[in-house]
Design a protein around this ligand. Structure first.
Ligand SMILES: Cc1cc2nc3c(=O)[nH]c(=O)nc-3n(C[C@H](O)[C@H](O)[C@H](O)COP(=O)(O)OP(=O)(O)OC[C@H]3O[C@@H](n4cnc5c(N)ncnc54)[C@H](O)[C@@H]3O)c2cc1C
Length: 371
């Protein structure tokens, strides 16, 4: 692309901070940098016409881990580790809500439910036997018991008669959240350039040369917030993990309200605008879903539809309105990678399925790495 003198001067000269990726992390990092460096030139480069990873594609669960997930984490981590994991997610959600306001993101604390399929009787037993221990562990964070037992009042089928309820789980409107975040970032004088793909970078003495599909320019600091796409640019142990979703047409008198985790979290669904949004099924084809291609597969979409028909809405007729997928960043460890890669290059990636909860605070931590 043949850029003009004006374009080069306005967008690509004397850049103090160049952030790659306009997801929750990149945008939150820009906001924090603006607070610390009021006069700095901050430029975000985004390959999509809109943010194009997970932040505008997700299910909008404002969650911090179901009971079975936390018990699973305890197999590999200490009590302290799990406490800190949940605290980080809870603090991150508070930061997101403080930054944007509950109304702007349509935050609603309708509670979260963990459903157990008939085949998972043992898992439910295990969860029940350890429920109080986990409630005690988390009490200093929430000041009350997080998990309790509730009967199946939503009349789901093929599940145990009771589910585990989390009174502190909420939901947001993902579109509103990313729109509010983009608006806030732009109104803080940060420049966002879309449809520009960072291909590579070269470290110079005091700066970094950024190579994109349209040009090359210099920045004092380069911050990589590309999550599932990170390994295309830097050498980090982050794998892409696609997650597929579908949403129904509006359903009259929909009685289901809340966020729901099913089959050890492999499936998740919620109400939104009188519809059911349902995602998951990655465990049916982990290898096939390790991709950055935004697509859907017959196998997973059929499994999602079957779940709607047999478990979630067995007595209600519904139609599928739309299907999509997003790309997450995962690794062998559930740990986010927030670190300096050199004097002038930083990354905040590998957020897994918890970016709504931790994205804002990871952006903040990333900004704080910079001297
Ligand atoms: C279907 C789905 C459902 C989910 N549900 C939930 C949920 O309910 N609750 C929850 O907490 N989390 C959920 N997540 C996870 C959450 O959305 C992510 O953890 C979070 O959005 C990650 O934010 P991010 O900013 O790190 O990455 P992203 O949002 O992926 O942002 C990275 C950006 O970098 C851009 N980019 C990549 N490479 C380049 C390049 N070379 N040049 C320029 N730009 C580039 C991408 O286009 C992208 O916009 C879900 C994810 C998916 C996919």
């Amino acid at each position: 692309m043949n850029l003009s003198y004006w374009e080069i001067k306005t967008w690509f000269s004397q850049v103090d901070f160049c952030i790659v990726g306009s997801g929750i992390v990149g945008l939150s990092c820009a906001l924090e940098l603006r607070k610390r460096f009021p006069r700095a030139k901050i430029v975000i480069l985004e390959k999509g016409v809109l943010p194009q990873g997970a932040s505008s594609k997700n299910a909008g669960f404002a969650c911090f881990g179901s009971l079975s997930e936390l018990l699973d984490d305890l197999k590999e981590h200490s009590f302290d580790d799990v406490f800190n994991l949940v605290k980080r997610r809870s603090d991150g959600l508070k930061l997101l809500r403080r930054t944007l306001g509950d109304q702007a993101i349509n935050y609603q604390q309708l509670g979260g439910y963990e459903l157990f399929l008939d085949k998972d009787a043992d898992l439910l037993e295990d969860c029940l036997s350890k429920k109080e221990a986990i409630n005690n562990l988390l009490n200093p964070i929430f000041g009350d018991s997080v998990f309790s037992l509730k009967s199946n009042s939503f009349n789901f089928k093929k599940i145990k008669t009771h589910y585990i309820f989390n009174q502190f789980e909420g939901q947001i409107d993902t579109g509103k959240m990313i729109e509010a975040l983009l608006h806030k970032v732009l109104s803080n004088g940060v420049k966002i350039i879309n449809s520009i793909h960072v291909k590579d970078f070269v470290e110079m003495n005091q700066s970094v040369k950024v190579i994109t599909n349209i040009n090359e320019f210099s920045t004092a600091k380069l911050i990589i917030a590309t999550n599932g796409f990170a390994s295309q640019l830097i050498n980090v142990p982050v794998r892409p993990a696609r997650a597929q979703v579908l949403i129904t047409e509006p359903i009259r008198d929909l009685h289901i309200k809340g966020t729901f985790h099913l089959d050890r979290g492999y499936y998740y669904f919620r109400n939104i605008d009188n519809r059911i949004l349902l995602g998951g099924g990655r465990h049916l084809d982990f290898t096939g879903e390790q991709t950055t291609v935004f697509d859907q597969t017959k196998k997973i979409q059929e499994a999602l539809e079957a779940l709607l028909k047999t478990v979630i809405l067995p007595e209600t007729s519904f139609e599928i309105a739309h299907r999509w997928s997003g790309i997450m960043g995962v690794g062998n460890q559930k740990k986010v990678m927030v670190k300096a890669l050199s004097n002038n290059v930083y990354c905040g990636v590998r957020l897994g399925g918890m970016g709504v909860a931790i994205g804002s605070s990871i952006g903040q931590e990333l900004s704080n790495l910079i001297e």
